[in-house]
Ligand binder design. Structure first.
Ligand code: HGY
Ligand code: MN
Ligand code: MN
Length: 419
């Protein structure tokens, strides 16, 4: 059990952290003060290159892997020991906020900076990481970089994944002009820590600055194709129609009903929809849409899957359209590591912060790290009005610094732990 030995403590530079977060927010900045750094875009590459520059400035060893994850390593006194890894992601939603992901990567960087500034070389090595394409907004599924890194997602299949303009990740990466950094050697990882904004209302409502994350909700993503019959909006009587869009509208309401029918932890969202032939006076013959379902409990998510498929079958029959429901991705609920959770709890208490334990409705790279068997834990800090995946996303400077300091204390305890 790694205990927080406050004599080991390293104090972070809160001003430097807050400044680096807002420097990063300039990369891909939007007019409404958010960010747009879609995975593998020029803005995403610029954010990643800034991270690389800052790590190189410290003298860290940079490496990457074939899906574009970036690793920076501070070698410890005993370099053959498995490293402590800390990180998150720099890619964003199209109308993302300044803090989702970037706060976690730049907190990891601040821990490295603080160790170098204190002249402290840890026993274990420290690896900080920026995982590629966590959001899955442009290229689904999400958490792709960590999924490939942990072997849970197939690299070749991911490289051939296309965005809505039919561009592939392979093609995007081929334009990559990052330096010729070495591929990260196969090296064991002792533990993984991630700090993130909560992206929900719980911590702010409880007026508690530190959230200890117990695990992340299970998720299932679907791609749905509805096929009816396009025909003339005038001469076609209502009873003759095979309207794919009206069937889609019923399915969207069924998604909402399915989530509501599975308690407060049920979530159902239709975030994209396209139709054809997209003409004012033609009955839509074809609709494609995506569904994101989540639940804190694996069996409940399975029950939602069954209910959704049942609803689709009934709508298809009633409206004489075909509805193809394809599961795109499934991420089961994964609890995080009790020992690391305890070390985060200790670190927060040692600094006098109240904590609250909560599950994450959002997915994070920590989920795949935990799934791969690496002891993993996450910290949350409050999000203003619980709003995220929105340009108005906001956190306080005070909470950002408190969270990073608590993370630093737990990470340092692990880095210097007696063997
Ligand atoms: O969708 C999520 O949970 C995360 O933001 N990728
Ligand atoms: Mn995120
Ligand atoms: Mn996100």
């Amino acid at each position: 059990m790694t205990t927080i030995n406050s004599s080991n403590n390293i104090n972070i530079d809160g001003d430097q952290l807050w400044h680096s977060i807002h420097e990063m927010a300039q990369i891909g900045a939007t007019e409404r003060e958010g960010v747009c750094r879609l995975a593998f875009s020029a803005e995403d590459r610029a954010g990643r290159d800034r991270f690389i520059d800052d790590c190189q400035e410290l003298g860290m060893e940079i490496s990457r892997d074939t899906i574009g994850n970036i690793f920076a390593r501070m070698e410890g006194e005993q370099p053959t020991l498995p490293a402590v890894m800390v990180g998150s992601h720099l890619d964003s939603q199209p109308t993302g906020g300044k803090y989702d992901g970037a706060y976690g990567v730049l907190s990891a960087l601040e821990i490295a900076r603080s160790l170098y500034a204190a002249g402290r070389r840890p026993t274990r090595s420290l690896e900080i990481v920026s995982f590629a394409n966590e959001e899955g907004a442009r290229f689904a599924p999400p958490m792709m970089g960590s999924g490939v890194f942990t072997g849970k997602l197939d690299l070749e299949k991911m490289l051939d994944t296309t965005d809505f303009e039919e561009r592939t990740i392979r093609g995007e990466l081929s334009q990559d002009t990052t330096g010729d950094f070495m591929t990260r050697p196969q090296r064991a990882i002792d533990s993984f820590f991630e700090i993130h904004i909560e992206q929900g209302p719980i911590l702010e409502a409880a007026e508690i600055p530190i959230g200890i994350v117990t695990g992340a909700y299970a998720q299932r993503w679907y791609e749905v194709t509805l096929t009816g019959m396009e025909s003339h909006a005038g001469p076609t009587p209502m009873s003759y129609r095979k309207d794919a869009l009206v069937a889609g509208a019923e399915l969207i309401l069924a998604v909402e009903q399915t989530a509501l029918a599975h308690g407060p932890d049920g979530r159902g969202t239709v975030g994209t929809l396209s139709l054809s032939p997209f003409s004012r006076n033609v009955i839509p013959g074809s609709v494609t849409l995506t569904i994101d379902t989540r639940h804190s409990d694996n069996p409940q998510l399975d029950a939602m899957d069954a209910m959704l498929r049942q609803a689709a079958a009934e709508i298809a029959q009633c409206r004489s359209v075909s509805i193809q429901v394809d599961e795109l991705w499934h991420s089961p609920m994964r609890p995080f590591d009790p020992e690391l959770i305890h070390s985060l709890e200790q670190a927060a208490q040692a600094r006098g912060f109240n904590t609250l334990h909560l599950a994450s409705g959002a997915g994070h790279d920590a989920v795949y790290m935990a799934t791969s068997g690496v002891p993993t834990a996450m910290l949350f800090v409050p999000t203003k009005d619980g709003i995220s995946h929105n340009e108005s996303e906001s956190i306080t400077r005070e909470d950002a610094i408190a969270g990073c300091q608590v993370l630093c204390d737990a990470v340092v305890a692990r880095l210097f732990a007696e063997l």
